[in-house]
Write a protein that binds this ligand. Structure first.
Ligand SMILES: Nc1ccc(Br)nc1
Length: 444
């Protein structure tokens, strides 16, 4: 959703500056950002209203945070892309600030700030714009909106199962089926258990996961090199990469043994999926790691089964994030769901909704000195909850009918002199052409 459109004049490249004339500004939004003209805004509102309705159905409370945050929220030392692309600067008070690249750190900050005043578990959601400063070489967007749902204070995988259920509900609401998309599910405890066998320090865990997450984006030898540079032995690297290619929970159990938390979490999650009714939507995929350093357990991502698009959404458990902000750890999990990839998917599937403007009335005075009575008509209708496009200046009837058609007005009210003298106005039902006169207080 979102994007520019043809302006009133042609090209936007400024012509020569003539003395006394103002050079035309660039009317496009900054590189990598989008405008939302009415049609795009209707699609965005439709999508966000679905996000919010699902959040309401799941009993989540809406929260919000500033787009501008203290840079320190995002300066994790794990080599994440999100940090390399931080949209950050020093403000006039010499503070290091950043346009948030994600929402979870802000949420964690607010939870810590609220402390014991907000009884756990918390189920919070938000829809917010997130930013990255990426060299335009790849021509990618620099902003998108994310729907985030987080459950704070529940250590068990019922929380992850509930979150995935909410996303399935969203997909169903917008017409996307399990034959269109799926969820790849794994747990970072798989990697943790391998690393423990090679006594790799916990402090390296986040960085190792971030490197492994690049496995499908850069050559595997590069991944190996980065892992070894980070301090992982060659043997451990081999084991890590091998475990990522495991194809089933059974095979994983053979590899890791049945006593570990990774297997028990995953088995429980797949069992719960049966009860939630979304087993057909999920699959175990050991290669899912996700690129954020703070995930510690179950991780998942929504993908399009045709494999044409980037991940639709992603999330997981982050039980150690709070202590990175100097607070006591609280078990937590959540996901982010962007506004762009899902719209690409809907477009691909021919599922974009038809969201033309819906107007109840267009009201027009038939001559200049009837503008006041026309305003009265508009007031009466609006007080009854009717949407009214009041024509604000003298216009030929042809113009009024054209505007009524373009704005999908259901009825046209014409305020004419002789009718007004008789205490009535003319109403035309535009779909049928039927027309009648009605007293002002009988208007509806
Ligand atoms: N984190 C992030 C922010 C903005 C965009 Br576009 N993509 C990812």
């Amino acid at each position: 959703s979102g994007g520019g459109g043809g302006g009133r004049s042609g090209g936007l490249s400024p012509g020569p500056v003539v003395a006394g004339e103002v050079q035309r500004i660039d009317v496009n939004p900054p590189k990598g950002t989008r405008d939302f003209p009415p049609e795009e805004m209707r699609l965005r509102n439709w999508l966000f209203n679905n996000f919010k309705e699902v959040s309401r159905l799941y009993g989540f409370e809406e929260v919000d945070f500033p787009v501008l945050e203290n840079e320190a929220l995002f300066t994790r030392k794990a080599g994440e892309e999100i940090k390399d692309q931080l949209y950050c600067f020093e403000d006039r008070g010499n503070r290091r600030v950043a346009l948030r690249p994600e929402l979870t750190p802000s949420l964690a900050r607010l939870v810590i700030q609220k402390g014991k005043s907000v009884p756990l578990p918390l189920k919070w959601f938000t829809v917010g714009q997130c930013w990255r400063y990426e060299r335009m070489t790849r021509g990618r967007r620099r902003e998108h909106y994310q729907w985030n749902m987080d459950i704070i204070g529940v250590p068990g995988v019922m929380a992850e199962a509930e979150l995935i259920s909410s996303i399935v509900t969203l997909f169903k609401r917008i017409g996307i089926k399990e034959s269109d998309v799926g969820f790849k599910i794994s747990s970072r405890k798989v990697l943790q258990e391998v690393l423990k066998c090679y006594s790799i320090p916990e402090s390296l865990f986040g960085k190792v996961c971030v490197i492994i997450d690049k496995i499908e984006k850069i050559p595997v030898d590069e991944v190996k090199k980065e892992l070894m540079a980070a301090g992982v032995s060659q043997e451990a690297v081999q084991q890590l990469l091998q475990v990522l290619s495991v194809k089933s929970l059974t095979e994983l159990e053979e590899k890791l043994g049945s006593g570990g938390e990774a297997i028990s979490d995953l088995k429980q999650l797949f069992s719960l999926a049966e009860k939630f009714g979304y087993s057909e939507w999920i699959q175990f995929d050991a290669s899912v790691v996700r690129g954020l350093a703070y995930y510690t357990g179950i991780v998942f991502e929504g993908f399009d089964r045709e494999g044409k698009l980037r991940a639709i959404c992603g999330g997981g458990r982050y039980d150690r994030l709070f202590s990175t902000f100097g607070a006591d750890d609280i078990p937590a999990c959540g996901f982010g769901f962007g506004d762009a990839v899902v719209v690409e998917l809907l477009r691909e599937k021919g599922l974009l909704p038809d969201l033309s403007l819906q107007l109840d009335y267009i009201v027009c005075a038939l001559d200049e000195d009837l503008q006041g009575p026309a305003a009265m008509v508009a007031r009466v209708l609006r007080e009854k909850g009717q949407s009214v496009d009041l024509v604000l200046e003298s216009k030929p009837l042809k113009w009024v009918f054209k505007r009524a058609a373009r704005n999908n007005a259901q009825r046209l009210v014409l305020v004419g002199s002789s009718e007004w003298q008789r205490g009535v106005v003319g109403v035309k039902i535009l779909a049928t052409g039927e027309q009648y006169e009605v007293k002002l207080d009988e208007l509806m």
